[in-house]
Design a protein around this ligand. Structure first.
Ligand code: AMP
Ligand code: ZN
Ligand code: FE
Ligand code: FE
Length: 285
């Protein structure tokens, strides 16, 4: 069986593995390929192309865009074509700026109670590790610092308590409208896919009417097979996909050591990948 994991994160956003480590682990997990979908940051195509060659696997360059509908965080995966539009670049830049503003506020609120938690420490530690300044800052980065300081045992504990959306230090974040984001991805020649729409660990399930509106705006796929979807949610996705003519996908949402999700635990069918990438002979919907 051809095995493709449709949703994977690296340390370019809030995963803990480098792209190279991911490629090596994907081979070990007997995957034929995966989509690298870091939050709000464009993939490094040069590195991915070279990893494809050295490891003999397919790596689809992608992103997971943060969007927001009526205050509910909504994630939009996008498989990208060879070039990106200026509009998409600008959207990502604005989103990263909003991420930073929000994370600075979170850090300053935590810092009032735990003085060792400062923005300087957080960024220094991260930039030293990755050598980049385009980091899409998120709660996992603060969580890792809290773990390092012995304030929390691991990331998941932080997400259940201090930084939970009902937790004491939670701050909401601006993000683009999901319909607008889907349109921008389409215009850039990419394939927008709604990520884990009914994941129970979010604030609430995404209202189904907005999914129809996203389909009108160019949405092409919908993620069904995801750790946070049970049988009921998967059935609901199947119904929506049939009604709205969407391609069904699946992925692990692997974050390395930051989350229990295992690489390859959910997969996307070969025909679905072909259709999303508009490969010849993969049929069209
Ligand atoms: P934020 O982007 O700041 O809203 O943080 C939410 C992100 O943290 C989501 O994209 C999750 O995938 C990610 N995350 C990483 N590790 C964990 C974890 N252990 N528990 C929950 N979310 C996590
Ligand atoms: Zn993440
Ligand atoms: Fe997500
Ligand atoms: Fe994700």
């Amino acid at each position: 069986m051809w095995k493709f994991d449709g949703h994977v994160h690296s340390d370019a956003s809030d995963g803990t593995d480098t792209a190279e480590e991911l490629a090596a682990k994907a081979v070990r997990a007997q995957l034929d390929g995966f989509a690298l979908t870091d939050h709000d940051v464009l993939p490094n195509r040069k590195i991915l192309t070279s990893l494809e060659r050295t490891h003999g696997i397919e790596i689809v360059p992608g992103i997971e865009l943060s969007t927001s509908y009526r205050g509910r965080s909504t994630h939009l995966l996008a498989y990208l074509p060879q070039t990106e539009s200026e509009e998409l670049r600008q959207l990502l830049k604005n989103t990263r700026a909003a991420r930073e503003e929000r994370l600075r506020e979170i850090v300053s609120r935590i810092g009032a109670d735990y003085p060792s938690i400062t923005w300087e420490r957080l960024t220094l530690r991260h930039i030293e590790r990755e050598g980049n300044t385009e980091t899409p800052w998120g709660r996992p980065h603060v969580a890792d610092l809290l773990v390092e300081e012995g304030i929390a045992p691991d990331r998941s504990a932080v997400f259940k308590t201090l930084l939970n959306h009902r937790g004491p230090y939670f701050v909401p974040q601006w993000a683009a409208d999901p319909r607008e984001a889907a349109e921008i991805v389409c215009e850039a020649g990419g394939a927008p896919i709604l990520a884990h729409p009914f994941s129970g660990e979010r604030q609430s399930a995404l209202p189904t009417e907005i999914i129809g509106e996203m389909a009108d705006a160019g949405l092409r796929g919908i993620e069904r097979d995801h750790r946070e979807h049970g049988p009921e949610q998967r059935q609901l996705v199947d119904h929506l996909a049939a009604d709205l003519n969407l391609i069904v996908t699946g992925g692990s949402d692997y974050h390395g050591a930051g989350k229990p999700n295992r690489l390859g635990e959910n997969l996307t069918a070969k025909s679905a990948v072909g259709q999303l990438l508009r490969l010849p002979n993969s049929g069209s919907i």
